[in-house]
Write a new protein. Structure first.
Length: 505
């Protein structure tokens, strides 16, 4: 079935609408079976659990204070101190270190007539005394619960207290003997701060954002705010003066949020774009094939990829066949490029590649040492005349390969200059040992031991080498360097061949 571009777009729009509608229906169905009321109930239950964790931790703090208070209230040393029989009690047992270890800021001791025997408010963190003037005339009210308590056993009463606009936990108890009975010796009160350290402990233990505020501070807080619980704590007058504000991590969900609406819209847009992209994939290979043909007609190479997505076998086969044509053209082009830059017989560089290599060296000649070696096979014409041109071609191939593989301490480029002549270009960041390099090349050829019975100087193939030492000098045209290397080559021949001669450029 032939589908026009307009028909493909229509199908894309319809498919996008269908998928978006399906998504909305599925979403509403999910909301129907997992209702909003159920989500709210689950969140409220989690919030109650979080609030209960906070209450439990506060109770633990109160129990710690009650335990410490009853330990001291059931101590004979306290009874003796009230009776005036142990003046060293405060220094020995209620010193600065005791305040810090008990984590309390206030300790007050009274006799059985509720007369203050000893009282101290001490900030053990900042090591400074605090005035207890605001409660000096309220001791009777503060001890009211303990005054009404039985005297046959030690009993503690824990309340919250606001002092100097700061929340505290206050504990009171009757003073008893060391057995915890006969509790008519006097009264004792401890005050524990509810500061940042207390709040930090609650936050770390529960993982919740918890704040503790006094009544004045709490007036600025919306106690009916969503996802916030307020735990009211009573003071000695049974009034709510301390408020624990818990910011729950479990949030009551909205019936529907902008994020959910945005997700539905975003999904519909995404699917619409996806289908357009799918249509684009359908015609993309055809467009690429057309572009590749246009590039070929203009003389530029353009390669298709077989990794594209295809809608039909015919389109895939069409692109594959176009790809085969371009691959063949590319292979031919690479072959032509190689032939243009290499000698077909010896497989080393030719004059064109030599010129390109030389031009590249000229651009960096100021930082590199350069030497050009012109190499000629000695008495090569007699070898050709007696052994034949096939053997002569083989000698050229072996000599070219040997020149490439001969040892060197430099970067080396080998090219066939013409006939039996070769050119070697050496480059190095350090000074070139020209005599050593030339000797390595000459010796490498001799080591081939290619028989040459018609050479008057040796029974094997040898070479003569002329070296033009350019050192670090600015390089000129390659032809000018040959005007130095060529006389050096003739000098090596005049010396009897199988020699090398070095001349400076």
């Amino acid at each position: 079935m032939k589908i026009s571009n307009f028909s493909v777009k229509q199908l894309t729009v319809l498919a996008s609408i269908f998928i978006a509608a399906t998504f909305v229906i599925c979403y509403l169905t999910f909301r129907y079976f997992f209702t909003y009321d159920l989500a709210v109930e689950r969140a409220l239950n989690q919030q109650q659990e979080e609030a209960q964790r906070v209450k439990t931790l506060i109770k633990i703090q109160k129990n710690d204070l009650a335990k410490n208070l009853m330990d001291y209230a059931s101590w004979n040393e306290v009874t003796e101190y009230i009776a005036g029989e142990n003046d060293d009690f405060l220094q020995d047992s209620l010193n600065d270190h005791s305040f810090s270890s008990l984590e309390v800021q206030g300790v007050f001791i009274f006799d059985h007539n509720v007369s203050l025997v000893s009282g101290r408010l001490y900030d053990y963190t900042n090591r400074k005394e605090i005035s207890y003037g605001p409660i000096r005339y309220k001791f009777g009210a503060l001890l009211a619960d303990s005054l009404r308590s039985p005297t046959d056993k030690v009993t503690s009463f824990i309340k919250f207290l606001v002092l100097h606009d700061q929340p505290y936990i206050m504990g009171t108890a009757r003073v008893c003997n060391s057995e915890g009975i006969d509790c008519d010796k006097g009264f004792m009160m401890m005050i524990k701060p509810v500061g940042q350290e207390f709040i930090r402990t609650l936050r770390q233990a529960t993982g919740l954002a918890v704040d503790i505020k006094t009544r004045d501070e709490f007036e600025s807080v919306d106690r009916f705010a969503e996802n916030v619980s307020v735990i009211e704590k009573l003071d000695y007058k049974n009034e709510s003066t301390v408020f624990v504000v818990v910011h729950h991590s479990a949030k009551i969900p909205d019936f529907i949020t902008w994020r959910e609406l945005s997700a539905v819209l975003a999904f519909a847009v995404f699917m619409f774009g996806f289908n357009l992209y799918l249509a684009h994939i359908i015609i993309k290979p055809v467009k690429r094939a057309r572009g590749a043909l246009d590039s070929l007609m203009s003389g530029n190479a353009s390669v298709l990829t077989e990794q594209d997505s295809f809608i039909s076998y015919e389109m895939r086969d069409f692109v594959y066949r176009i790809n085969e044509v371009f691959n063949q053209l590319e292979a031919k082009q690479k072959e032509l490029e190689w032939v243009a830059l290499h000698d077909a017989l010896t497989k080393v560089g030719n004059r064109r590649s030599l010129q390109q290599y030389w031009d590249a060296l000229v651009k960096q000649s100021g930082s590199r040492h350069i030497s050009l070696l012109l190499i000629d096979i000695d008495y090569f014409k007699p070898f050709n005349d007696h052994y034949g041109h096939i053997e002569g071609d083989s000698v050229l191939q072996q000599v070219a390969s040997c020149l490439e593989q001969a040892p060197t301490q430099c970067e080396k480029f080998v090219a066939r200059f013409g006939g039996e002549e070769f050119c070697v270009v050496l480059s190095s960041e350090s000074k070139i040992e020209n005599q050593q390099e030339a000797e390595w090349l000459r010796a490498a050829i001799v080591e081939l031991q290619i028989s040459h019975q018609h050479s008057p100087i040796a029974d094997c193939i040898t070479v003569s080498i002329g070296v033009a030492d350019c050192a670090l000098q600015p390089l000129d045209e390659l032809q000018d360097i040959f005007l130095v290397a060529d006389p050096a080559l003739y000098q090596a021949k005049d010396l009897g061949r199988n020699q090398f001669a070095v001349r400076s450029f």
